[in-house]
Design a protein around this ligand. Structure first.
Ligand SMILES: C[S@@+](CC[C@H](N)C(=O)[O-])C[C@H]1O[C@@H](n2cnc3c(N)ncnc32)[C@H](O)[C@@H]1O
Length: 216
């Protein structure tokens, strides 16, 4: 897979892509599934909604969201990785209302329909700021009016004030873009980019957050 952002850690390939779910379970000491379930519950997805998952990975998130959208909803996963695509298809394509599309999210795109909700989980932090702006613009263009942009990612926090036993792993595992992401005022940025009416849930000692922003 061609890497567009050599410093980023979200362009996952090879062994890490093949074993992504297991690695997340190991890194989180088995807590990832619980955080994921509670995040998706907190999104308050309604039966029948159309959801697009940007940088959908293996389909683990999509399968959980599928139980909320039910038979009448629709879920589309977007990703660039063929290894992720295979896992997504194995997990999710038995559902008639779940699809995968190979799609770069860092370049402008228009989907065949408008969505009630866009979900992006631990992807946005891994890009330069101007690319995050493009991703948010893509979300805005592909959401219905009043549609919800659900960002599950790192929260805003000071690296200096983070206890060393979290800071060292964070600095080891994460990239320069993540160090920049945590310093930004995301509600102010999203307001400038056409979103508002925010709702947020912090988790993992406040270092992660689900931020829900409505398309204005
Ligand atoms: C850190 S993983 C997160 C996967 C998934 N969202 C999750 O929470 O399990 C990042 C994902 O983003 C995808 N990705 C990276 N760059 C992308 C791009 N430019 N367009 C679409 N997907 C991308 C990767 O292939 C990978 O599946």
């Amino acid at each position: 897979m061609a890497r567009y952002y050599p410093q980023s850690k979200v362009e996952i390939d090879g062994f890490a892509a093949k074993r992504y779910d297991a690695l997340m379970d190991i890194i989180s000491f088995g807590m990832y599934e619980r955080f994921l379930r509670s995040t998706i519950e907190n999104m308050e997805i309604n039966d029948g909604e159309a959801v697009v998952d940007l940088g959908c990975g293996t389909g683990r998130n999509a399968c959980l969201m599928r139980s909320y959208i039910g038979e009448k909803g629709y879920l589309l996963g977007l990703d660039i990785s063929d290894i992720m695509k295979k896992q997504f298809e194995k997990k999710c394509l038995s559902y008639g209302n779940v699809d995968f599309k190979t799609q770069r999210i860092d370049q402008p795109f228009k989907l065949d329909r408008k969505f009630d909700r866009a979900f992006i989980s631990f992807v946005l932090h891994g890009f330069p700021q101007e690319v995050r702006r493009t991703i948010a613009q893509n979300v805005h263009n592909n959401l219905k009016s009043g549609g919800k942009f659900c960002i599950w990612d790192f929260n805003e926090f000071s690296l200096k004030e983070m206890p060393f036993y979290y800071r060292i792993p964070f600095k080891t595992v994460e990239c320069v873009y993540a160090f920049d992401f945590i310093k930004r005022d995301w509600k102010a940025l999203l307001t400038d980019w056409g979103f508002g009416n925010f709702r947020e849930t912090a988790m993992f000692k406040g270092y992660a957050r689900l931020l829900i922003a409505e398309k204005q």
